[in-house]
Design a protein around this ligand. Structure first.
Ligand code: F6P
Length: 479
């Protein structure tokens, strides 16, 4: 079996325990899914930013740590790189643009240059670690150009790329300073994967329209390159969330929430604090629900966990202020001396704590305005007690909605529809909740993180690096 080398902007947090683990711990995130795939390959490594800010002369140093058979190779970023590359081009240009938040996009050429130079530096640090027959798997929008940098250094092995966020429609993609160049760089990968077919279609449309690439339904062909494009919906590591008999016992006693909320019903939201997650819209919908259904006052609590994220980007701290102002207004206006409608916690929690919480909640409000997938939705389903499952209220605009069709689907841009979803979740009969949960759980179980890794890497192993445009396409299934 080939070795697997994963590259992502950030290495996962390797700590464990309650209340630690960084934003990944409270928000799905790519780390658990990638780790599940990595563990299947002996001698595999994961390279990325350590999260540490380095002095200018330290950037060549690769740190190494081996945890449970996986080698983690850490690269530092300088203060300037963090500001221009990570806060700047990644999170002030690509993130809002790819999520269709056009008003928040800013494009600065200085930041775009830093984005390129970080990828060049990552490529030259990682290239000496690679063997010709390694499988290289690059992740997410931080590293769109990384494959081309490696090819320029001369590495010709098999390279795949997976985008964890949406790929935008053409009109938005062309707002980038040089969209054709970004696509040309992406075409250096042998396999490019997205969560859902809609994002793959947007990418193919951009490549065919802006570059004139040819598309045959499974492969793009351009200047001698042949690239497999497909949808590979990411899943979760089931074992972390599916309850043991002891977990079920604890949650039937309501050990986490009982003391705090009494016998009131509980709605839960768990997100990174990000404007794409629709937290303010969700709070406003909860307020509308309470105003329209006063019989629910003092009978339900909405617990929102918001994990700190990208705190040096203005749009993020502005959103934090908005959320906190709103929580305090709604609690002030609708709360009673013995009941606060909203409990808001600005921190990350461990996966163990979250799975207990998911099981004790009556419903989860997973209502992002736009999301590549949203693994919290799948985690919530997996964590349920099958005898007394909670209800999932899910945005139609999250990638997860394409698979989790038995959720209560809502349009997060329409406040009254979201309020209707909350009402439906709270009044759904137990038999209907069980019926929906069975169907949802079957889908989550069929598409685990391990299965996602197997499917993507299976394509990468099969397709290889075919450069002859006349070569017959390998027989692969369309996703
Ligand atoms: O969902 C996109 C993503 O970049 C994930 O890959 C990651 O887990 C999460 O957002 C957190 O991002 P950051 O590294 O910027 O904190």
């Amino acid at each position: 079996m080939s070795r697997l080398v994963v590259v992502s902007n950030r290495l996962p947090s390797l700590r464990s325990g309650p209340n630690v683990g960084g934003p990944e711990a409270a928000a799905g995130g790519l780390a658990p899914a990638v780790l599940a795939a990595l563990r299947r390959h002996a001698g595999s490594s994961w390279c990325g930013w350590t999260g540490r800010v380095a002095q200018d002369d330290e950037t060549e140093a690769l740190s190494q740590r081996i945890v449970r058979g996986v080698r983690f190779l850490g690269l530092p970023l300088t203060k300037v790189e963090v500001e221009l590359y990570y806060n700047g081009y990644c999170n002030r240009t690509l993130w809002p643009l790819f999520h269709c938040f056009q008003d928040l996009v800013h494009v600065r050429l200085e930041e775009e240059r830093a984005y390129r130079s970080v990828q060049r530096r990552f490529a030259s640090a990682i290239a000496p670690q690679l063997r010709a027959d390694d499988l290289l798997w690059v992740h997410d929008y931080h590293l769109l150009l990384f494959g081309r940098e490696l090819r320029e250094i001369g590495w010709t092995g098999r390279a795949g790329f997976f985008l964890h966020i949406p790929f935008p429609p053409l009109e938005l993609f062309t707002l980038l300073a040089d969209p054709a160049d970004t696509l040309a760089a992406l075409l250096e990968y042998d396999v490019v994967g997205f969560h859902v077919p809609r994002f793959a279609e947007n990418y193919v449309q951009a490549a065919t329209r802006l570059l004139g690439a040819a598309w045959d339904g499974t492969h793009l062909r351009w200047r001698g390159r042949v690239q497999r494009v497909g949808a590979f919906p990411v899943g979760i590591d089931l074992a972390t969330f599916v309850p043991t008999p002891a977990d079920l016992e604890r949650s039937r006693r309501r050990e986490v929430l009982g003391k705090v909320v009494g016998d009131r019903r509980v709605l839960v939201g768990v997100d990174r604090l990000d404007y794409t997650k629709g937290i303010t819209e969700r709070i406003l919908a909860f307020e509308e629900f309470l105003r329209r259904s006063p019989e629910w006052r003092n009978r339900v609590v909405f617990l929102q966990i918001a994990a700190p994220s990208r705190t040096h980007v203005r749009a993020y701290h502005e959103r934090r202020r908005q959320v906190e102002t709103l929580v305090s207004r709604v609690n002030g206006e609708l709360g009673e001396h013995d009941w606060m409608p909203i409990r808001y916690l600005y921190r990350a929690y461990s996966q163990d704590f979250l799975s207990d919480l998911y099981r004790e909640a009556d419903a989860a409000l997973i209502t992002p305005l736009r999301d590549g997938m949203n693994l919290v939705a799948k985690e919530f389903v997996a964590a349920q007690d099958p005898e007394h499952p909670g209800t999932l209220v899910l945005s139609r605009t999250a990638g997860a909605a394409e698979e989790l069709r038995e959720a209560v689907l809502v349009n997060p841009f329409v406040q009254s529809d979201l309020a209707r979803g909350i009402h439906e979740a709270l009044t759904m009969s137990e038999s209907e909740r069980r019926r929906r949960h069975r169907a949802l759980f079957a889908r989550v179980r069929a598409g685990t993180a391990e299965e996602w890794g197997r499917r993507f890497l299976g394509e990468l192993e099969r397709v290889g690096r075919i450069t002859d445009p006349e070569a017959p396409a390998p027989s692969v299934m369309t996703s």
